[in-house]
Design a binder for this molecule. Structure first.
Ligand SMILES: Cc1cc2nc3c(=O)[nH]c(=O)nc-3n(C[C@H](O)[C@H](O)[C@H](O)COP(=O)(O)OP(=O)(O)OC[C@H]3O[C@@H](n4cnc5c(N)ncnc54)[C@H](O)[C@@H]3O)c2cc1C
Length: 355
């Protein structure tokens, strides 16, 4: 386990904003996690568990205690009708997808090129192109700070939902994911119904689907290595049927996705675009020209600049549609993760500039 004073985290968050931590711990075994569980910062909840930082915004330059799990390794076990793949939390997600497809283990092809670590995948139940992590998750291994033990959570225990899981709920900040086990049935049927993949032939292999997904993603989303960003910044809001009917009168073409409970999910990107904000720039940060849901750091933007822009977007969307959009990205202060509403030290933006 290494500890380093004032380590710079700029290259460890996909927004590429400057942040420093006095203590960065990289536990690679259970004994190291047991020591961490006794630290005052952990007991007081002033820490942040960092994977690859692709869904993380360090709002303040001073970051809290960082725990960056370093549990590596990929083990593949073949059974009669399925493959079982055990993966350490610090493995890279896209590398895992490529390895599986290379080995003839099909299932994760639609989830290619999602940035980040394997350990973060269950947290928000990553998903894309009609597939989500939960579809193949057999078990998540979790170290619990309170009893200093490792437990195995079944797929059902993880309470997966849309970009949601128990790790955002009852187990939030309670411990560290050290490993996941995925099961892939040998009988496989590719999922190509999603727009953009539906022109592929019914005989398309998993490799063909993966290549198509990579191409689609590269054409739609900016690469964080070239233009720092954290993917979708806001969650898609879910509103009541009544509220939806009210909106539909004024905006008949409003995209909507009916939910099982009668509520309606709306597209946050559409709301931002209709508010006239797409391509808007504030200082060195902005709203992507092609994807209104993606905030980008053009050069030396700070976490506070991105916070100020996000607050402005939220306020503009609220003013136009009376809907409050909430960030999906995790917002970190010196005290650890905070709710968006808890950040009050932002600049009030009066207007954005446009190229
Ligand atoms: C360009 C781009 C495109 C994206 N596209 C998608 C997409 O299509 N679908 C999608 O779902 N997401 C997408 N994302 C979001 C991101 O890829 C996922 O949220 C990913 O799982 C984050 O992984 P990470 O390791 O970078 O997590 P981090 O940002 O480091 O952490 C994210 C959360 O997970 C927690 N965490 C991380 N590791 C552990 C652990 N071992 N134990 C417990 N908690 C942990 C952190 O505390 C934090 O709450 C995209 C992001 C980018 C930049």
């Amino acid at each position: 386990m290494n500890s380093s004073p004032q380590e710079c985290l700029q290259t460890q968050n996909s927004f590429n904003v400057k942040a420093f931590s006095r203590k960065v711990l990289r536990p690679s075994n259970i004994e190291a996690l047991q020591d961490i569980a006794e630290m005052a910062e952990v007991i007081e909840q002033h820490f942040y568990i960092l994977g690859e930082g692709s869904n993380t915004l360090f709002v303040d330059e001073q970051a809290p205690l960082i725990i960056q799990p370093k549990f590596s390794g990929i083990d593949i076990i073949e059974h009669d009708s399925y493959f079982s793949v055990q993966v350490g939390a610090s493995e890279n997600w896209h590398n895992l997808v490529c390895l599986c497809i290379e080995q003839g283990i099909n299932g994760l092809e639609n989830l290619a090129l999602i940035p980040g670590s394997v350990g973060a995948a269950p947290v928000q139940n990553i998903g894309a192109y009609g597939v989500e992590f939960a579809d193949y998750c057999h078990e998540v291994t979790f170290f619990d700070f309170s009893n200093k033990k490792v437990t195995a959570l079944s797929n059902h225990d993880c309470q997966f939902g849309y970009r949601d899981s128990i790790f955002k709920g009852a187990l939030y900040n309670k411990g560290v994911i050290t490993q996941v086990t995925l099961n892939f049935p040998k009988s496989w049927q590719g999922k190509t119904s999603y727009h953009g993949l539906n022109t592929l032939p019914a005989t398309a292999t998993a490799k063909t689907i993966m290549d198509a997904v990579i191409q689609l993603r590269q054409s739609k989303l900016p690469d964080p290595d070239e233009l720092p960003n954290a993917g979708s910044f806001f969650k898609n809001p879910v509103i009541s049927e009544d509220e939806f009917k009210r909106l539909q009168k004024d905006y008949p073409s409003i995209p909507n996705y009916p939910q099982a409970n009668g509520e309606m999910k709306l597209a946050a990107g559409w709301l931002i675009e209709q508010s006239g904000l797409k391509g808007g720039i504030y200082k060195d940060v902005g709203i992507h020209k092609k994807q209104a849901l993606v905030l980008v750091n053009y050069a030396q933007g700070s976490g506070k600049d991105i916070l100020s822009l996000a607050k402005y977007i939220q306020q503009q969307v609220k003013a136009k549609f009376n809907i409050e959009i909430i960030p999906e990205v995790r917002m970190i202060s010196v005290l650890g993760e905070q709710a968006f509403t808890a950040f009050n030290h932002f600049d009030l933006i009066s207007e954005l500039t446009y190229d």
